[in-house]
Design a protein around this ligand. Structure first.
Ligand code: FE
Ligand code: CA
Length: 532
C-alpha cells in the first residue's frame, strides 16, 4: 500500500513563485508526488493507436470533503491485458467548477498499474460539501468525456431532500441497459448498486435456451467460458463497461457500490461455492474476483483487497437527513441450508451478516442523529413465499434462509424505536414493495423494504405473472410485485420516504418505454407502506 498511501496533496497557493502560473492556469491546487509517479518500470511516453478510455469513467463513495474518481485503460477491452503494455502509465486528471470546464480547480496525475489492470483510483480530499464537480482524465493525447460528480452535504447540514436510485442485476446477454440511460437522465444525488454488476457464466447459446419459459436467443454474448482467473474477471468487467448506457450512468453521478453473488460465483457464501469446491481452492478464485471488483469500481483505499478480504460494509451520512448503511451479506454469511430443515433455517448459530457486521449495523441504527436510517443491502428481507409444485417455498439465499439474523435485526429496529428505518435491496429480478414484520407476524409492521428489479436480468419479463400472483397470495405484507426490468427511485425528505418503482416495457429492443409501476410512501415515525 505504501505506493498508494504516499500520494500527497500539495496546495500550490502555499508555494512561493507558483502564483502566476496558478492564476494563468486557473489551477488552485494540484496533487502530485514526483517519486511515486516515476517508478523504474514506468512507460515514459505512451502511444496508443486508439483511445485507451474504452471503459468510461466513474465516481463513488462521496463524502462531504471528497469523492473517488475512477477510470481504467484498455485499448482492446475484450483481450486479456486490454491491449495495454505491461508497464505502469501516468494518467492525468482534472477537476473543474463547471460543466464547460472553464475553471479547473485541481489537476493531478496518478499511476495506472498493470498489477491493478491499469485502473486508476483518485481519492480526492479537501473539496467543498454538497456541490457538484466535473472531472475528466487524459493520457497520450486522449481524453475521457467530462463527467459529473458531487460531494455529500456537511454532516450537520439540514437537507431538504435526498434522491437516489436503487439498481443492479445487469446480465449483459439479457437486455439493453436502457434503465441505466434513464437513471443517467434523472436528477439524482447518487446510485446505490446492490450487486450482480457482472455475471460469471459462459454465453448460453443453446438452441434450447429458455427465459421466462419462452425460447430465448441472447441479445449479446458473454466473451469466453465461465470466469475463474483475474484476467477472466477483468475481461468480463471490460465487456460490460463498454456499454454506452452504463457509462452514461456512471458519468452522471457518484455511486455507492456493493457486490452480491455473481461478481464471484452464483450463490457463494463466505468461503464456499455451490459446487463443492474445497474452500481453500474457492478462496483463490474469490480473491481474484475481489481484486477485479476493486479494480473496476470507484472504491476508496479502505476497500483495497488484502489477503483475500475486501472491506465493503460501510456508512455514509447525508446531513442530518439520513444515514446510509451499506451491507455485505456474502462475505461473512453461513452456508445456505435445505429450507425443509426448519431447525437449521432458524438456528441462531447461522448468520447472513456475520457477528462483527451485525454489531456494527446495530450500533449505527441506534444513532438518533439522522432523521432516516436506510439499510442498503443485497437480498430480500421481505420473506416472500410462493407455491412451487406442491410446496410453499421461501428462498434459501435471502434473509428468509437466515431467520435468526432476520429476527435479531427486526427486533433491534423495534427496540431502538425510532420508526425510521427503510431497507433497499435487489437480487430477485422482480420489483417487490413490502412491509417487514417478524416471521410469526406478532410484531406489527417494523419497517418497509423496496426491492428493486433488475436492469436487464430476466429479459423483457412477464409483468404480473403466475409467480407474482402466487407470491402476493402467500405473502400478506407484500404490497406490489412485477416481473419487469427497471429500478427504484427513493426520494427522502423530513416527513416521508417515497419509493417510485419504475419499469420498462421491453429491454430486448432499444429505448423501451419507461413508466412508474407503483409508488409507495413511508411516513416518518409511522412504519408501513402507503400508496402514493
Ligand atoms: Fe441478479
Ligand atoms: Ca444475486
Amino acid at each position: 500500500m505504501s505506493g498508494i498511501d504516499r500520494r500527497r496533496f500539495i496546495v500550490l497557493s502555499g508555494l512561493a513563485g507558483l502564483g502566476a502560473w496558478m492564476r494563468s492556469a486557473s489551477v488552485l491546487a494540484v496533487e502530485t508526488d514526483a517519486q511515486a509517479l516515476s517508478p523504474r518500470n514506468l512507460l515514459r511516453s505512451p502511444r496508443f493507436a486508439q483511445t485507451p478510455f474504452t471503459l468510461g469513467v466513474a465516481s463513488g463513495d462521496p463524502a462531504p470533503d471528497g469523492v473517488v474518481l475512477w477510470t481504467r485503460l484498455a485499448t482492446e477491452p475484450l483481450e486479456f491485458g486490454g491491449g495495454m503494455p505491461a508497464q505502469p502509465i501516468v494518467v492525468n486528471w482534472e477537476l473543474a467548477d463547471d460543466e464547460a470546464f472553464g475553471r479547473v480547480l485541481r489537476r493531478g496525475s496518478a499511476l495506472a498499474h498493470p498489477e491493478l489492470g491499469h485502473s486508476v483510483h483518485v481519492e480526492l480530499e479537501g473539496l467543498a460539501p454538497g456541490r457538484p464537480y466535473w472531472y475528466r482524465f487524459n493520457v497520450a493525447g486522449y481524453a475521457t468525456v467530462i463527467a459529473r460528480t458531487c460531494t455529500l452535504p456537511g454532516e450537520d447540514a439540514d437537507l431538504e431532500r435526498v434522491r437516489f436510485a436503487v439498481a443492479g442485476c445487469q446480465q449483459y446477454e439479457e437486455g439493453y441497459y436502457t434503465a441505466w440511460r434513464r437513471i443517467a437522465e434523472e436528477p439524482l444525488d447518487f446510485v446505490f448498486h446492490y450487486g450482480d454488476y457482472i455475471y460469471e457464466g459462459a454465453a448460453n447459446t443453446s438452441p434450447h435456451r429458455k427465459v421466462n419459459g419462452q425460447p430465448f436467443v441472447n441479445l449479446r454474448n458473454h466473451v469466453g467460458p465461465q470466469i475463474y482467473t483475474l484476467d477472466d474477471y477483468r475481461r468480463r468487467y471490460a465487456q460490460y463497461k463498454t456499454d454506452a448506457d452504463l457509462q452514461a450512468a456512471h458519468a452522471a453521478m457518484p455511486w455507492f457500490v456493493t457486490f452480491d453473488d455473481h461478481e464471484v460465483d452464483n450463490n457463494w457464501a463466505a468461503g464456499e461455492d455451490q459446487d463443492g469446491t474445497p474452500s481453500a481452492v474457492f478462496l483463490l478464485r474469490r480473491a481474484q474476483a475481489f481484486q477485479a471488483y476493486y479494480e473496476n469500481m470507484p472504491l476508496r483505499r479502505s476497500a483495497f483487497p488484502r489477503n483475500g478480504h475486501l472491506q465493503l460494509y460501510r456508512r455514509a451520512r447525508l446531513g442530518r437527513l439520513m444515514d446510509l448503511h451499506l451491507l455485505d451479506t456474502r462475505q461473512y454469511r453461513s452456508k445456505q441450508v435445505d429450507m425443509r430443515n426448519r431447525e437449521e433455517v432458524q438456528s441462531p448459530a447461522r448468520s447472513i451478516t456475520g457477528a462483527a457486521q451485525e454489531r456494527w449495523l446495530f450500533d449505527g441504527l441506534a444513532d438518533a442523529t439522522p432523521r432516516w436510517q436506510v439499510v442498503a443491502h443485497q437480498v430480500s428481507l421481505g420473506n416472500y413465499a410462493r407455491e412451487k409444485g406442491d410446496a410453499v417455498v421461501t428462498s434459501d439465499d435471502q434473509w428468509s434462509g437466515y431467520l435468526a439474523s432476520r429476527r435479531r435485526l427486526l427486533e433491534h429496529i423495534q427496540q431502538v424505536g425510532f420508526k425510521n428505518v427503510v431497507t433497499v435491496c435487489g437480487d430477485a429480478h422482480r420489483h417487490y414493495a413490502g412491509d417487514l414484520v417478524q416471521d410469526n407476524a406478532d410484531s406489527g409492521v417494523i419497517s418497509s423494504e423496496f426491492l428493486a428489479t433488475s436492469i436487464s436480468s430476466g429479459a423483457d419479463g412477464l409483468g404480473i405473472d403466475a409467480e407474482a400472483r402466487s407470491t402476493l397470495a402467500h405473502s400478506p405484507y407484500l404490497k406490489a410485485t412485477t416481473d419487469r426490468r427497471g429500478y427504484v427511485v427513493c426520494s427522502v425528505d423530513r416527513d416521508s420516504c417515497i419509493g417510485d418503482m419504475k419499469i420498462l416495457d421491453r429491454v430486448m429492443v432499444p429505448d423501451g418505454k419507461l413508466e412508474s409501476f407503483a409508488r409507495f410512501a413511508i411516513e416518518h415515525g409511522n412504519p408501513g407502506l402507503q400508496q402514493a
